[in-house]
Design a protein around this ligand. Sequence first.
Ligand code: GRF
Length: 192
Amino acid sequence: MRNIAIFASGEGSNAETIIRYFKDNSQAAARVVLVVFDRWQAEVRKRAGRLGVPCVYLSHSDFDNEALVLDLLETYKVDVVVLAGFLKLVPPYLVKAYAGRMVNIHPALLPLHSGKGMYGMHVHRDVVASGEKETGITVHLVDEHYDKGQILLQKSCPVFEGDTPETVAERVHALEYEWYPVAIEQLIKSLK
Ligand code: GRF
């Protein structure tokens, strides 16, 4: 059984879907043992709390404290780190410690609509403004740069005429809920 930690900054709807996926599946090779959040108001805390998953707040200066963060993950015997709407750039020591075992989801088809500042609704606004006919999701390994690590999975959906950033976001979220847990499970199964 592998242990997953989810890092999130906001709503946490992906975090909730991932927690439930591994909880509800008795054949699952993993479970979510910890949620880390970096914004005190983050809704993810309530969602994780309702599902009985321990939740730990780390401020941005806590993230500079390598020993504190690595000890926390060691305490929960975390094998895989899942970023789900986590806005802070992951510090290099953490990327190194979890090389090949840390994933992120980007709500577009990378390398499109990526880079610093391209998150959440900013991405969907950019997609609509640039007149794309399709968009989607990308699950990728995390390295020191935003949205640049090895791509593990991409799924696309159409963008229709008359779509707004909100309607696109809804379609993309549905893809995320369907595929992010599956991609995480595939990665876990591939670990030695
Ligand atoms: C998702 O669209 C994810 O792709 C992006 O941030 C959003 C987080 O939503 N990285 P939520 O917090 O999971 O509801």
